[in-house]
Design a protein around this ligand. Sequence first.
Ligand SMILES: [Zn+2]
Length: 523
Amino acid sequence: MKLAFYGATGEVTGSMHMISSEADNVLLDCGLFQGRRADVAKKNRDVPFDSADITNIVLSHAHIDHSGRIPLLSRNGFAGRVVTTRATKDACEYMLRDAAHIQESDADYLNYKAVRAALHRQAGETGKGGHHGANHVRKLLKLDRHRLNNEKVRELAQKFSVPLVDPLYSDADAVAALSAFEGVPYRTPITIGRDMTVTFYEAGHILGSAVSIITCRENGSVKRVCYTGDLGRFGKVIIKDPNLDFAPEDREIDLLVIESTYGSREHEPVHDLSGRVKQVLNDAFDRGGSVLIPAFAYGRTQEILYSIHELYDSGEVRKVPVYVDSPLAINLTKVFGEHPEAYNGEAQETFLKRGENPFIFRNVHFTPSVEESMEIMRDDRPHIVISASGMCEFGRILHHLRYKIHNPANTILIVGYMAEHTLGRRILEQGMAYQETGGKGEPPVMRILGKEYPLMARVERIEGFSAHADKHELLRFVKESNLVVRRAAVVHGEKEQAACFADTLRKEGINAVVPVHGQKIAV
Ligand SMILES: [Zn+2]
């Protein structure tokens, strides 16, 4: 048996590894590379094997950097099953179709830009350029301010021989892929190939996330791989901790494939989070301002809601309206509500035993329609808005920022990781730097949807919400679990983080490597 590493090597996105036995090729995750469009477009299209050769896919959790290329494989001829937990299957119903929608809109936008450039070139050549020309082109290619006239774009592309970009996959591909999903319970061996099984255990990262133990019997010997997927923190709200107690038949591990997002970093303690949230909310309300929280639709949104629910119940903050303004988050909050079996003891005790849904309380409003979303933007009484995308790259959060970013009474609360080159990262870094000067001089200027806005709102960060284990928690999983690990491959971390965690493992006497893209390791 061998393992090949095709993604999340020296980086944190595009998770995809292949286990090959004599009879089968099984993928561990099949994620999308994320980052700047120019950097990732080709990486996502180039699948380094024939999709029809894959027997099955084992999916660790629903995040797009782990699941987002499954529709592409389906489109390319993958005909097997996607084996995952029940909650992950339910979440993917929404996540993958949302991802397809993003791919489709992305392709539409690129095609619009290409045709627009062709029209401008032509206007320049015929002398009919200038302002009038640009306006004319915009009217021709757009239905209104925000909607493209895709039919017209395609028609003109053909006329001017502009090559069109296809989306990576379509909604139809996502729907086809979803029919291959099989949701299975934790701690139950499932056949995924000839003499090959997978058993899932809680990973504590996100609802439905799993550590996978793959067992393969080949030529009279048994080999076992443990794939952590993304590992969560210990003691968090809502979901259970990463599992430390594996069944006797799953404990002897020939190769541990472990994530290392925070392989050399330490997080704030989990128990301080509620106090920090309380302080940030009260400070903003005392200034007469509102709080805007950019958050991923799956996980972070529900954790924040849970935390606010607790603070509201205990009367520690003023009960202002809370708006969850992200259609995807609204659907995924339903998935959370449907899987209380994944909750930890505290969540069971605090809410479920009282018959309450932890995410639905008096002051919460879910705003699926655009009209309702516009209403909130005009509301100048203190309130809380939770909206996506988490890194402020697209989605309704951008409209809320336009309305709130210039007002020093408001707070932008950052609760998630902000990748380089994102608006979220610029708000975080430049906002914090400006605050450190005591708000002297010119405020930083942020470009949002084509216009510039001064960043005068307060920027606060609470790091402890991270869904990823820090270096101590990663090591705790290895040392305190009853797994006996012979060798380890460290993935899903930027180079420095992965190298550092591999060092940590070596100090514990575990032979650890950091595989490079395409590397194969015999097990
Ligand atoms: Zn994840």
